[in-house]
Ligand binder design. Structure first.
Ligand code: GLN
Length: 493
């Protein structure tokens, strides 16, 4: 049973807390109960901190009581809101395993900037969610702690790599969860689990405290059930951070979404390269129906072309592993993480990394090291960078004539556990529609637009030009005002 408290939206929860309809402790207990009930079925979390969450909930209640007594209303925006954080992102005093054995006992001494901003706004972190090891994967199956299961069908994957966060929001274990997206890891699990997820513009949200995978592609974002909720959290997380030199000092627009609006004049482009042979027909149909709904709302729809789309997959699978192979060199067991007690230094490195990393991570390190090695650098990494520029230009060209691009998130709905684990290429192919967006650095917002014939959620992604997240939120909000896909709850029989 879903407690009525866990079925409220973030906005409804905060309004009720302010009104004193229930306490932060009651809200937290409702979510902790839900987690306790469903965690054995879903395995959405790697670590949970219920006692710490309740202590913080009591402190938040005290602040509400004092404010009410003094007639004050200037409380932090998210005071008392339960929040989950992907286990690739640091929270001080909590474990950060990155889904890897190599960091099994690593407790972070600091909190990621974007999470700290949410905490400063009153959010309470309940736990760290499951992820593919170092975010390398599209199904959460490469986690060293076992997979997460899709709440709509537990024989299927929730997507990945932020599968734990997406499943936790879909199952109402938390109203909001933080994820990261290097090549689709927010949008694809959002699509597989029927929730809303924003991958911001590269440089919009600080990556300080997000464990590096592909540094030129990594971004942090949030999952909720609706675009209005995500817009609220995004607004708090976004903005320049002196601790991340890649964040841009661009004003964060105020995106308060409460009044229904239409989309009169919004120019929506549908790229023909995203409706290729092999796409599941239900996925193509649901996305086209959603585009029709945008048209009903006043959008002007046109066909567009992103001609270099097919190169995104090979380009990404050179650049991301190349950057990963450099980033993962720091797990040398000297300062933190697993250490195999070997006398010889090189033997210690070899044993620790050999035992600490799983097969997918080793594969990426080998691919990346190869692509960067002398004699191959120009042919692989250098070439990939050039093609990346062409992909970026496709988007720049498209955004001269449209405001928003609408396309599928993934070629299929959630696949079965184990379906692709023996075939890395088949797993990589799941990312064809999400990778180009990270290569171009533009924002993407995924949200549910219906179900396939097995009653599995289908998602759409709306893409915008750099720093135009507000247009995406507004379009999704308008869509969610006249549809109810985002209100469907998995039955979890
Ligand atoms: N599936 C992609 C990969 O394995 C993307 C993962 C991500 O966005 N972190 O690299």
């Amino acid at each position: 049973m879903t407690s009525p408290l866990t079925s409220l939206t973030v906005t409804e929860m905060l309004a009720a807390l302010r009104a004193g309809d229930f306490s932060c402790r009651e809200l937290m207990m409702a979510h902790l109960d839900r987690i306790q009930e469903l965690e054995p079925k879903l395995h959405a979390f790697i670590s949970l901190y219920p006692e710490r969450a309740l202590v913080e909930a009591d402190a938040a209640d005290a602040r509400y009581i004092t404010a009410r007594k003094n007639g004050r209303s200037d409380l932090p925006a998210l005071l008392g809101l339960p929040l989950a954080v992907k286990d690739l992102i640091t929270v001080a005093g909590m474990r950060c395993t990155c889904g890897s054995k190599i960091l099994e006992n690593f407790v972070s001494p600091f909190t990621a900037t974007a999470v700290q901003r949410l905490i400063d706004a009153g959010a309470i972190v309940v736990g760290k969610t499951n992820t593919d090891e170092f975010a390398m994967g599209s199904s959460t199956e490469s986690s060293a702690y076992g997979p997460t299961f899709n709440p709509w069908d537990t024989s299927r994957v929730p997507g990945g790599s932020s599968g734990g966060s997406a499943a936790a929001v879909a199952a109402r274990m938390v109203p909001a969860a933080i994820g990261s997206d290097t090549g689709g890891s927010i949008r694809q699990p959002a699509s597989f689990c029927g929730v809303t997820g924003i991958k911001p513009t590269y440089g919009r949200i600080s990556r300080y405290g997000l464990v590096a995978y592909g540094s030129s592609l990594d971004s942090m974002g949030v999952f909720n059930r609706t675009a209005a909720e995500s817009a609220l959290l995004f607004g708090i997380m976004a903005g320049h951070d002196p601790l991340d030199a890649t964040t841009m000092d661009v004003p964060v627009p105020d995106i308060s979404l409460s009044e229904p609006h239409d989309l009169k004049g919004l120019r929506v482009g549908v790229p023909r390269e995203y409706f290729i042979k092999g796409i599941q027909p239900d996925v193509a149909d649901r996305v086209k129906e959603a585009v029709e709904t945008l048209r009903l709302l006043g959008a002007v729809v046109s066909d567009i072309s992103l001609p270099h789309t097919e190169y995104a997959l090979p380009v990404y699978y050179l650049i991301a592993p190349a950057e990963a192979s450099a980033n993962l060199a720091r797990y040398d067991s000297v300062r933190f993480g697993l250490r195999e007690p070997e006398e010889q230094l090189w033997e210690m490195f070899r044993q620790t990394r050999g035992k600490g990393f799983g097969p997918e991570v080793k594969r990426r390190i080998m691919l990346g090291t190869y692509a960067l090695s002398a004699g191959y650098y120009d042919a692989y990494y250098g070439q990939a960078q050039k093609v990346r520029t062409l992909i970026k230009r496709d988007f720049e060209e498209a955004f001269k004539s449209v405001d928003v691009i609408a396309c599928p998130v993934a070629p299929s709905t959630a696949f079965k556990l184990g379906e692709h684990t023996g075939d890395p290429l088949a797993m990589y192919l799941e990312d064809v529609f999400t990778l180009p967006i990270n290569l171009a650095g533009v924002p993407g917002l995924a949200f549910p637009v219906g179900f396939d014939r097995n009653h599995l959620p289908v998602g759409i992604q709306l893409l915008g030009s750099h720093f135009k997240e507000d247009i995406l939120f507004k379009a999704a909000f308008a869509y969610q005002q006249i549809t109810s896909w985002h209100q469907e709850i998995p039955t979890l029989h």
